[in-house]
Design a protein around this ligand. Structure first.
Ligand SMILES: Cc1cc2nc3c(=O)[nH]c(=O)nc-3n(C[C@H](O)[C@H](O)[C@H](O)COP(=O)(O)O)c2cc1C
Length: 167
């Protein structure tokens, strides 16, 4: 299969996730596309994996503009959606607010790839916001044993790769 992995990324975590997936899809022909640099035509592919990061509750601008340009064409190609974000329990909310209803309903799945909160990878205000999100999660960890600091979730990426291998 000719698979497009289209992503946007601000500080590199989503790029890392997209590259990890591309490396695992050894039985397919994969095109990795950074949506800040290119906007591939969906109809040129047999399958599309599409996503990006959430910041301040919003999807990356390059992903949003690709979605508004190609929504109908994307719905016509089999696809999986994904997001990178650090507040795991907001994943469904972000998915609903990022992708159109048609695109979500026609998707095989929407996958949570996790998200990093590393102040060392951020600058200026972003560094400060990263520290604030981290400390609010750390505070909730005291109250809730289930809570944990986020990171990329390679096992979610591997599960998606396994499913795509069977196609
Ligand atoms: C300035 C800033 C704002 C963020 N806002 C949110 C947010 O609103 N919700 C969330 O779940 N994660 C948020 N995050 C976490 C990012 O989604 C996470 O760092 C992600 O891995 C970034 O992906 P990227 O490196 O590809 O840009 C934020 C991170 C930063 C640096």
């Amino acid at each position: 299969m000719n698979i497009l992995i289209a992503y946007a990324s601000k500080s590199g975590t989503t790029r890392q996730a997209a590259e990890m997936l591309a490396d695992l899809l050894t039985s397919h022909t994969v095109t990795l596309a950074d949506l800040e640099k290119t906007a591939p035509v969906p109809g040129d592919f047999d399958y599309i994996v599409l996503g990006g990061p959430i910041r301040m509750g919003k999807a990356h601008k390059a992903l949003k503009s690709y979605l508004s340009r190609f929504d109908a064409e994307l719905c016509a190609v089999p696809h999986t959606l994904f997001l990178c974000c650090s507040i795991a329990h907001q994943f469904e909310y972000y998915t609903e607010h990022t992708f159109s209803q048609e695109l979500r309903q026609s998707a095989d799945e929407a996958v949570y790839f996790g998200g990093e909160l590393d102040p060392a990878k951020q600058r200026g205000l972003d560094k400060l916001i990263t520290r604030m999100i981290r400390s609010s999660i750390e505070q909730s960890m005291d109250e809730d044993e289930e809570a944990m600091l986020p990171g990329l979730l390679p096992e979610h990426i591997r599960m998606l790769a396994d499913r795509l291998h069977l196609k």
